[in-house]
Design a protein around this ligand. Structure first.
Ligand SMILES: [Zn+2]
Ligand SMILES: [Zn+2]
Length: 343
């Protein structure tokens, strides 16, 4: 089968490799669609993080059709499915407590395990999720960043009627705008550097959009709210975004951080102490025996058209075109948001 193998910085090669076979408890999936994630892009542009595992196959946002199943698997071959790509050990302290996404031995399909920039991929049966009839494998791929955003929303104390600031208009930030709107947040203020994405944020339910390089975000938020937002979300992974997110909240406000940071950043802790603000971390989403819970809720919301997955998808490419997809996403002028690879 063909797979896009990552050999290191800006080096993806389509190779014909041995197709995987499903072992006991595993499912072999013909990949229908796999989204290019910001974390994959970061590995492509700035990696490799680990030299000793090269080459490997990335791709963790995917859905497809069941091709075959191993022993002890009760899933119908031929059915269309989504996949939760986080594989928890189910043996460590956090897994014992049911917080599977905090697993000390967490493995990701598309990182430690072969991923879905390939014609076929293997997943543990517990990670393979049924799709509502009206959803396609492409919807399953888009559901992954929505589920990241959804977990962040559930980690935050947001209540209907609360004001929310969302900083960083990548796919997860844009998904959060839709989810916050569906959850009844008002007003929603979205901050992002790219004009096309601010426009998309407005179409997705943001009441106001801000270019943080042109406008004082904090001042704008105070103008639109009663002295600051109830909650904020940092989805950019930058020092300025984190500081903006904290100071945009009112006294007692909460900042939930989903952004992926590359190193140390500086904040003034007095911004947290003086006004009794809180900061909450949010990492991916539930998995293990709970693999289908948050994902399933996102599938249902997509199926009921309460969320618009297609709004994020800007291109669909063949596996052979994957390098051009990564390059386009790395180019801030390209206007791309979410690119789906369809092997
Ligand atoms: Zn992702
Ligand atoms: Zn564990």
């Amino acid at each position: 089968m063909d797979a896009a193998r990552y050999y290191g910085n800006r080096d993806l090669r389509i190779e014909d490799i041995q197709a995987p076979t499903p072992g006991p408890g595993e499912v072999l999936i013909d990949v229908g669609a796999c989204g290019i994630c910001g974390s994959d892009l970061s590995e492509y542009l700035h990696g490799p993080r680990y030299d000793d595992s090269l080459p490997y196959t990335m791709g963790h946002e995917f859905g497809g059709r069941v091709a075959a199943v191993g022993d002890e698997v009760d899933i119908e071959p031929g059915s269309e499915v989504g996949v939760n790509p986080l594989v928890a050990c189910e043996a460590c302290r956090w897994c014992d407590e049911g917080a599977y996404n905090r697993c000390e031995n967490l493995e990701v399909i598309g990182a430690q395990r072969p991923g879905a920039y390939a014609e076929q991929v293997v997943a543990p049966a517990g990670n393979v999720l049924p799709l509502p009839d009206s959803l396609s494998p492409a919807d399953a791929a888009v559901a992954e960043p929505f589920t990241v955003a959804y977990h962040g929303l559930l980690r935050s104390p947001l209540q209907p009627g609360d004001s929310a600031v969302i900083i960083g208009m990548g796919p997860i930030g844009l998904a959060l705008v839709q989810l916050a709107a569906a959850a009844g947040a008002r007003p929603i203020i979205a901050s992002g550097h790219r004009e096309a994405r601010r426009e998309l944020a407005r179409e997705s339910g943001a009441d106001a959009v801000v270019d943080p390089s042109a406008t004082d975000l904090g001042a704008r938020v105070r103008e639109l709210t009663d002295g600051g937002a109830d909650v904020s979300f940092e989805v950019a992974g930058s020092e300025s975004a984190l500081n903006d997110a904290i100071t945009a909240t009112s006294a007692g406000g909460n900042t939930t951080v989903l952004g992926v940071f590359k190193g140390d950043v500086e904040i003034d802790p007095m911004h947290v102490v003086n006004h009794e603000r809180t900061i909450t971390g949010s990492a991916a989403y539930e998995t293990g025996p709970l693999a289908g819970r948050e994902f399933g809720q996102i599938y249902e919301m997509l199926a009921r058209d309460e969320l618009d997955g297609d709004a994020l998808v800007t291109s669909r490419l063949d596996l052979e075109e994957i390098t051009s997809g990564f390059e386009a996403l790395g180019d801030s002028e390209s206007g791309e948001v979410k690119i789906l690879i369809e092997p």
